[in-house]
Design a protein around this ligand. Structure first.
Ligand code: AMP
Length: 398
């Protein structure tokens, strides 16, 4: 069955058409600048050239219309008609406590997702617009919602509660939720396959290190802790997000800089992380590595602080699970950054880890990068959230 996977942002829309039997991607692409001047569709059929069409996209319905036209185009399309698309899988950022698993989309489900909007005001409304547009254009096609938060719903109370007045949890559901769940689930299960063991028998730590970054502890196939919280701001130092800070810094800076809470939140989300720590040098780890190798203070300070924070989380999650069998790296930096992986593993001697330097330099494949004698295994597993969404969708639609 052909599954259309949609990841809808406020002004962008990523898509892939995946054959659920062969798990091959037939076509993929991206709509950019939806609702803004200069919008364009970038469409790539499997084995074909990238086609860029600059055309007005006043809203997401128009964007999805163009995607469906591209997929069914007589020359460059990959299906004859929309009837050949068996289901649509939508990535949804926040499912709150309502969704611990993927679900078929119905009117009731849409209402329940809407009720989670205030927990992810930038993302959920955009995801819902994508669902509405697809339902309008493909009314008879089943749709599935796959939630970023669902995999983390198995966290025990002691991992998801904050040390705040309990009434805020009762009234507003202020608690830790975690994100990147589709990736953490996919990578932990794939790691077990690569190791030839059952996920149910393993304690795995997944480090999803991209522009957004999070770590999770997966014990016997279930998430028991993760570094992001009520929002994706908590945890690791990220591209532009601060990760964990003393909350009193917010008040301190608001006074000193005469900024509002909204201004400070913008600083924490958009101007902090490795971008802020490197004094504005870059949020891209390739630039930071260059700077590090030139011996510049900004690069050295930033990479050391970033790696130290990841290592601290690995230590915490080893304690949370009373041990660890495997540590996995994934996402942009996790998959492509042997230098930073090495820096992080440099802190993990107590886990009996030794890296195989040659394996650590491989790219684009599932690979064990620790030596045969390493007490704890270390792996690189390229994440594939679209495939995970397609699998979940196919399973629910069948
Ligand atoms: P993602 O959000 O998963 O797309 O990851 C994006 C991040 O991956 C960017 O900040 C890049 O710095 C990082 N990245 C991508 N390729 C490399 C590479 N070859 N070396 C180091 N970092 C990389």
């Amino acid at each position: 069955m052909n599954i259309l996977v949609i990841n809808c942002g406020s002004s962008s829309l990523k898509f892939q058409l995946i054959d659920s039997e062969s798990e091959k991607v037939s076509a993929k692409g991206l709509c950019e600048r939806i609702g803004i001047e200069g919008s364009q569709l970038v469409y790539t059929p499997a084995g074909g050239e990238k086609i860029t069409t600059v055309t007005p996209m006043p809203d997401h319905t128009q964007a999805i219309k163009l995607v469906l036209q591209a997929l069914t185009d007589g020359k460059t399309g990959v299906v004859k008609s929309l009837d050949e698309i068996g289901a649509v899988g939508h990535r949804i950022v926040h499912g709150g406590e309502k969704f611990a698993a993927s679900t078929l989309i119905t009117d009731e489900v849409i209402q329940a997702i809407e009720e989670c909007n205030e927990l992810a005001p930038l993302h959920n409304p955009a995801n819902l617009i994508g669902i509405a547009a697809c339902r309008e254009l493909m009314p008879a096609t089943p749709m599935v919602g796959v939630f970023d938060t669902a995999f983390h719903q198995t966290m025990p109370e002691e991992a998801y509660m904050y040390g705040l007045p309990y009434e805020y949890y009762q009234k507003y559901k202020v608690r830790r939720y975690g994100f990147h769940g589709t990736s953490h689930s996919y990578v932990s299960h794939r790691a077990a396959e690569v190791l030839g063991q059952k996920c149910e028998d393993l304690k795995i730590i997944v480090c999803h290190l991209g522009n957004g970054a999070s770590v999770s502890a997966v014990k016997n196939g279930k998430c028991v802790d993760t570094s992001m919280g009520l929002t994706p701001l908590e945890g690791l130092i990220m591209g532009t997000r601060s990760g964990d800070i003393d909350p009193a810094i917010i008040e301190f800076l608001a006074h000193k800089e005469r900024k509002s809470i909204d201004d400070i939140m913008k600083v924490l989300n958009k101007e902090s992380g490795v971008l802020g720590l490197s004094d504005g040098l870059s949020s891209d780890f390739r630039d930071l590595e260059d700077s590090y190798h030139k011996g510049e203070e900004a690069g050295v300070r930033t990479l050391k602080t970033f790696a130290y924070r990841v290592a601290k989380y690995i230590g915490a999650y080893t304690a949370a699970m009373n041990g660890v069998d495997a540590i996995c790296f994934t996402a942009g930096l996790g998959e492509n950054g042997p230098f930073v992986r090495n820096m992080i593993c440099g802190y993990l001697g107590y886990l009996g880890i030794s890296l195989d330097e040659e394996a650590n330099c491989k790219r684009g494949e599932d690979v064990v990068i620790s030596t045969a004698g390493s007490q704890t295994k270390v792996l690189v597993i390229p994440t594939n959230e679209e495939l995970a969404i397609a699998r979940e969708t196919a399973a629910l639609v069948k």
